[in-house]
Structure formats: C-alpha cells, structure tokens
Design a binder for this molecule. Structure first.
Ligand code: SF4
Ligand code: SF4
Length: 59
C-alpha cells in the first residue's frame, strides 16, 4: 500500500516522478496526470522529492 498520493490539481503530467521511481510504480494516466500503482510502490519517497510542483504528498 502506497503512503503517497498524487494531488491531481497540482500535477502537470511532466513525468519526472515516472523517471525516478525505481519500482516502475508510477505512470501517466489517460487524464495526463500521474498515478501510483498501490501494489508496486515501496514507499521510497523519491517521487515526492523529484516532483517540481509538489504534487506528491504523504497520505
Ligand atoms: S514512493 Fe518510491 S516506489 Fe512509491 S511511487 Fe514514489 S518513487 Fe515509486
Ligand atoms: S513529477 Fe509531479 S507534476 Fe510531474 S507527473 Fe509526477 S506528480 Fe505530476
């Protein structure tokens, strides 16, 4: 279970989080916003650090 979630109103769909996730747990969804795969996420926090828009928040 991921401890992180995407604030979709802040997400610009830039893909920075997708690139840094070591577990391939983030993709850009059909709405152009990032989505975290709850099952793959290992809660390393790298996506949160990488997001230029502070769109990833701890639950
Ligand atoms: S916390 Fe780590 S494993 Fe989970 S989505 Fe972010 S970068 Fe990927
Ligand atoms: S790095 Fe931030 S703004 Fe860019 S796609 Fe990921 S959550 Fe969205």
């Amino acid at each position: 279970m991921s401890k992180f979630k995407i604030n979709k109103s802040k997400c610009a769909g830039c893909g920075a989080c997708v690139k840094v996730c070591p577990y391939g747990a983030i993709k850009i969804g059909k709405d152009g916003k990032a989505v975290i795969d709850e099952k793959k996420c290992q809660n390393c926090g790298k996506c949160k650090e990488a997001c230029p828009f502070n769109a990833i928040i701890k639950k």
